[in-house]
Structures are given as structure tokens and as C-alpha cells.
Design a binder for this molecule. Structure first.
Ligand code: CAA
Length: 263
């Protein structure tokens, strides 16, 4: 297929203070296959959003019927071992999982292979009732390479993750909800609206507490329980060094809505 002209990542700002960034994967003719250029543009966009103080929350979505069909198979086909084992192959794929700001995936269709892996790098996953999740790499004679075996296992448990990775079996949105892979299933026409609503809600919280909260929850997958509990306690203590913590508690007692300043 000829390269599609134009940006493969579309960026919109939402909210009165442009506090929600909507990132749309935009390679519809290739079902949003995650080619090197698209992933580079995504990493660059996240770099930009990370340093933009106005942006509090990022929402990532795809095209109607497809979130992303995985890594670009046509791009990968000619590659040999020496080329893939060295940077930059897949190097910028981890950028999303390193984003400090909360990221919501609004999965509006197929999320396969790298598409499912991309969704799992996000902090919240909302699925449309038409979404389909899977790790079909095994049907291509390979295996997941961007977290599929690891994040899926930690999210849905080893038996289902193993079955999905060994057979390529796909999950419907309802199955994904039951397995704990997604937070909510929403009718397709309402998906983006609901994801943006949740993003606005998170954006209204203290940005410092939000970053610390994300760090604490993510630590649960990476440490022992005792180390995780200690880490959580230390971050909880750290919120007492912020004005926002006092603002939030004071507003509760005064029966008012808190206005957090990020201090
Ligand atoms: N890479 C490259 N091109 C892709 C692609 C992919 N992952 N997925 C779809 N395309 C291309 C097709 O080749 C086709 O191109 P042409 O018009 O040139 O023929 C075009 O997009 C439309 O695709 P389909 O006709 O297949 O569209 P569909 O609507 O009938 O089916 C789909 C959609 C179910 C998503 C199907 O395209 C599909 O199964 N895609 C592949 C999914 C997959 O195997 N993903 C794993 C990739 S490997 C990976 O991700 C590794 C990793 O972990 C890092």
C-alpha cells in the first residue's frame, strides 16, 4: 500500500483550559497499523503534551471500527534478526507507558496485537460495544513484542492470557469487561463522549495527586506487596506537602467544590 499522506496522529484540545488532549490514530486505510512513522509521531505528540502544563489528561482513540490492527506487518515482513534486535526497532513503543499524565484509551473497534498492547499501556480502557481485543501474533509465526504476554497476564490472569496468546482467540467487548481487561463497555456512538467526560473529571483533580496516584497504582504491578504498601504510604505523606491537599480537605468541610491549583 502506498504511504498515506498527512499526519498519522491527529491532536485536538478539549475543555475550557484545553486540559484534555484527544489523540486520534489516523491511518484508516491500513486499519491504523502501527508503522514506524505513526509510532514516532505518537511519541513526539506525547513529548509535546507531557511538557504542556495546560494538559492534564490524554485520551487516545482510533478510527470507526478500529483502534489499531497492531504492528505493521508489511513493514516487518522483510526484516531479519540483526535489524530487529538493534535500536530503533520498537524503541519508541514504550513512550506511552512512560507518560506521567493519565491516559484513557477509547477503543472503538479492533485492538489487535500491538493495538491491544497500546491500549494496555493506557491507565483506563473504555471499550465500545463493537471492540475486539486479541494477540494474534502467533498466527503470523511470531509472538507479542510490546507487552502482550506480560501486561495481558497481569491484567486478565495467566490462563486466559496464555490461551489468547497461544491461539490468537479474540475477545468481544463483553468478554474483555468480564476478564477485567477494560473498565467499561459503552455504546459506540457514546464512547468518545464518555471518555472525554471521564478525562474532564480527572483533569479537575489535583494534578500532583493525580501523578502520585498513577505512580502508586502502577507500582502494584512491579513490586512486592510490602514494598508497594510502603511506596503508597510515602506518596500519601508527600501529598501533605501540597496546597492542593489542604484545599481538598478544607473544601469538603466547607461543603464547597475544591479548586485545585497544582501547588
Ligand atoms: N499491518 C499492515 N497492514 C495491515 C495490518 C497490519 N497489522 N492490518 C490491516 N492491514 C492492511 C491490510 O493488509 C489491508 O491492506 P490492503 O488494502 O493493501 O490489502 C488493509 O489494511 C485493510 O485490511 P483488511 O482488508 O484485512 O481489513 P478488514 O476490515 O477486513 O480486517 C482486521 C481488519 C481484522 C484488523 C485485519 O486487518 C487484521 O486481522 N489485521 C492484522 C491483525 C494482526 O495480526 N495484528 C498483529 C500484528 S503483529 C504485532 O502487533 C506485533 C507486536 O506485538 C509488536
Amino acid at each position: 500500500m502506498a504511504a498515506e499522506p498527512g499526519a498519522m496522529i491527529l491532536l485536538e484540545r478539549h475543555g475550557d483550559g484545553a486540559e484534555v488532549a484527544l489523540v486520534t490514530l489516523n491511518r484508516p486505510r491500513a486499519r491504523n497499523a502501527l508503522c514506524d512513522l505513526l509510532m514516532t509521531q505518537l511519541a513526539d505528540t506525547l513529548d509535546q503534551l507531557e511538557t504542556d502544563d495546560r494538559v492534564r489528561v490524554v485520551v487516545i482513540t482510533g478510527q470507526p471500527g478500529v483502534f489499531a490492527a497492531g504492528a505493521d506487518i508489511k513493514e516487518m515482513l522483510p526484516k531479519e534478526f540483526p535489524a530487529v534486535v538493534q535500536p530503533p526497532f520498537l524503541q519508541h513503543w514504550d513512550r506511552l507507558s512512560r507518560c506521567q499524565k493519565p491516559v484513557i484509551a477509547a477503543v472503538n473497534g479492533y485492538a489487535l496485537g500491538g493495538g491491544c498492547e497500546l491500549a494496555m499501556m493506557c491507565d483506563v480502557i473504555y471499550a465500545s460495544d463493537e471492540a475486539v481485543f486479541g494477540q494474534p501474533e502467533i498466527t503470523l509465526g511470531t509472538i507479542p513484542g510490546a507487552g502482550g504476554t506480560q501486561r495481558l497476564c497481569r491484567t486478565v490472569g495467566r490462563p486466559l492470557a496464555m490461551e489468547m496468546c497461544l491461539t490468537g482467540r479474540k475477545l468481544t467487548a463483553a468478554e474483555a469487561l468480564q476478564a477485567g481487561l477494560v473498565g467499561r463497555v459503552i455504546p459506540a456512538e457514546k464512547l468518545l463522549e464518555e471518555a472525554l467526560k471521564t478525562a474532564s473529571r480527572i483533569a479537575a483533580m489535583s494534578p500532583i495527586a493525580t501523578v502520585l496516584c498513577k505512580k502508586a497504582v502502577n507500582a502494584a504491578h512491579q513490586t512486592s506487596l510490602s514494598a508497594g504498601l510502603q511506596y503508597e504510604r510515602d506518596l500519601f505523606y508527600a501529598t501533605f506537602a501540597t496546597e492542593d491537599r489542604r484545599t481538598g480537605m478544607d473544601a469538603f468541610i466547607q461543603k464547597q467544590a475544591p479548586v485545585f491549583t497544582g501547588k
